[in-house]
Ligand binder design. Structure first.
Ligand code: PL4
Length: 401
C-alpha cells in the first residue's frame, strides 16, 4: 500500500472555503425555504465588463481561423501581456521579463512553495489567507499542529490585532508572507510600514512574498499598491497579483507573479531563474484566449470599466460598514479593501458564523478560519449584488455578537 503523505496528514480540517460551503449546504438542506445571502467566500458576482466580453469573443473567434489559431504558448505568458501588465500596473518600473503570467495568485502561491522547498521556514500574518499556511504544511515546512495554541509548530505566526493596528511585530523566517490590502482584516499597510517590512527582510535575509491581489481596491493615493513602491524591495520581494477581483476574473482565471532579477538566494543564484524553471516545468501557460483578450482589454476603456467595477464593490463595503457601525458593531477594514472585519464579543468566531447563518441567513467567514488571532471576528465580503447587500444589512439589524 502507498503511504499517505505525512505532511497532508498534519492538516487539521478541510480547506476553509469548501468547509464554509459544506456548512451552508447543510443549513439549506435543513431549511430549504431560507433565502441565503452569501457574503462568505470573496467571490465576484457582477457580469464581466463590456470591453472584456468583446475581447473574449474576438479572441475565441480568432482561434477558429487558420491565421488566428495558436497552441501551446510561452509558459511565462505572452510578451504583449507582460508588457501591458508592466505598463498598466507598474508604470513600467518593473521590466516585462520579471512578470510571469499565470492562472491566478492562489496557484502561484502554491507553486512558490515548490520553489522554496521543504527546508525553508515561513512567517505569516495571523490571521491570513489560509493558502500560505496550508501549502507550507503540505510542502513539509512545518512540524505538527499544536492544539494548545492552534498553530503549526515551526511556522512563525505574527498576530495582527486591533491593538497593533493590524501591522504585526515582524518575525524572522526564510519567507515572510504579507498581504496588503489584507485578507481578511481589510487593513492596508502604509508606506512607512512596508519600508519597515523591507528593511526587516533585508536585515534578516528573508524573502517577502507580497500578496497584492486587492491592490486595485486602494483609493487612498498615499497607500502603496505594490511592494515595489518601496526602495530596495526588488532585492527582497516577490509579488503575486490577480485579475480576479478587480476585473471579475474569478472564474476566467488570470494572475501574475513578479520575481525581480535583483532577488538572489543565499548562494547568489537567481530566484527569478528558479521561478522560471518551476513555471516551465509544472505550468503550461495561461489560456491563450484569456491572455489575448486581456491584452486587448487593457486599454483606457478597459481600465475605466475596471475602476467602475471596483467602485461598485467598494460602495457595497461602505454600505455594510456604515450599517454595522450604526448598529453598534466594532468594524475594521472596508475603506481600501473589500472585506469588513467585525468584532464578536460574546461568542467565538465559529459560533458567530452559525448564529448569523441561523438568525439572518447570511453566510460570513469565521475569523478563526484564517488563524488563531482571527478568533473573535467574522469577515463580511463586499462581493455581492446591491439588492443582496441591502437585504443583508437589513437582516443584521438587532443582532448582537
Ligand atoms: C476562495 C489574498 C478569496 N476558492 O483568484 P486568484 O487565485 O488570483 O486569487 C486568490 C486569492 C489570492 N490572494 C488572496 C486572496 O484573498 C485570494 C482569494 N480569496 C477569499 O474569500 O478569501 C476567495 C477564496 C477560493 C480560494 O481558496 O482562493
Amino acid at each position: 500500500m502507498v503511504q499517505r503523505n505525512k505532511n497532508i496528514a498534519k492538516l487539521q480540517a478541510g480547506y476553509l472555503f469548501p468547509e464554509i460551503n459544506r456548512r451552508k449546504s447543510e443549513f439549506i438542506a435543513k431549511n430549504p425555504d431560507a433565502k441565503i445571502i452569501s457574503l462568505g467566500i470573496g467571490n465576484t458576482t457582477e457580469p464581466l465588463q463590456s470591453t472584456a466580453v468583446k475581447a473574449l469573443k474576438d479572441a475565441s473567434e480568432a482561434m477558429g481561423t487558420a491565421e488566428g489559431y495558436s497552441g501551446y504558448g510561452d509558459e511565462q505568458g505572452m510578451t504583449a501581456l507582460r508588457e501591458k501588465i508592466a505598463e498598466k500596473f507598474y508604470n513600467n518600473i518593473i521590466p516585462a521579463d520579471e512578470i510571469f503570467v499565470s492562472d491566478g495568485a492562489k496557484c502561484d502561491t502554491g507553486r512558490l512553495q515548490m520553489m522554496f522547498g521543504s527546508d525553508s521556514t515561513i512567517a505569516v500574518q495571523d490571521p491570513s489567507y489560509p493558502v500560505y499556511v496550508d501549502s507550507a504544511v503540505i510542502m513539509g515546512q512545518s512540524q505538527l499542529y499544536n492544539k494548545d495554541n492552534d498553530q503549526f509548530n515551526g511556522i512563525e505566526y505574527m498576530p495582527c490585532t486591533a491593538e497593533n493596528g493590524f501591522f504585526p511585530e515582524l518575525k524572522a523566517a526564510d519567507v515572510i508572507y504579507f498581504c496588503s490590502p489584507n485578507n481578511p482584516t481589510g487593513a492596508v499597510a502604509t508606506k512607512e510600514q512596508l519600508t519597515k517590512l523591507v528593511k526587516f527582510a533585508k536585515d534578516n535575509k528573508s524573502i517577502i512574498v507580497f500578496d497584492a491581489a486587492y491592490a486595485e481596491f486602494i483609493s487612498d493615493p498615499d497607500l502603496p499598491k505594490s511592494i515595489y513602491e518601496i526602495e530596495g524591495a526588488d532585492e527582497v520581494a516577490i509579488e503575486v497579483c490577480s485579475f480576479s477581483k478587480p476585473f471579475g476574473y474569478t472564474g476566467v482565471r488570470l494572475g501574475w507573479t513578479v520575481v525581480p532579477k535583483a532577488l538572489k538566494f543565499e548562494d547568489g543564484s537567481s530566484v527569478r531563474d528558479d521561478w522560471n524553471r518551476i513555471m516551465t516545468t509544472v505550468f503550461n501557460g495561461a489560456s491563450n484566449i484569456i491572455q489575448t483578450a486581456t491584452i486587448n482589454m487593457l486599454n483606457d476603456e478597459g481600465m475605466k470599466e475596471m475602476r467602475e467595477l471596483v467602485a461598485f464593490y467598494m460602495e457595497n463595503a461602505r454600505l455594510i460598514k456604515n450599517a454595522l457601525d450604526s448598529y453598534g458593531f466594532t468594524t475594521y477594514g472596508g475603506d481600501n479593501a473589500p472585506y469588513i472585519w467585525v468584532k464578536t464579543d460574546k461568542m467565538d468566531s465559529w459560533e458567530a458564523f452559525s448564529y448569523i447563518l441561523e438568525t439572518a441567513h447570511i453566510v460570513t467567514t469565521p475569523g478563526a478560519g484564517f488563524g488563531p488571532a482571527g478568533d473573535g471576528y467574522v469577515r463580511f465580503s463586499a462581493f455581492g449584488g446591491r439588492e443582496n447587500i441591502l437585504e443583508a444589512i437589513d437582516r443584521m439589524k438587532g443582532l448582537s455578537l
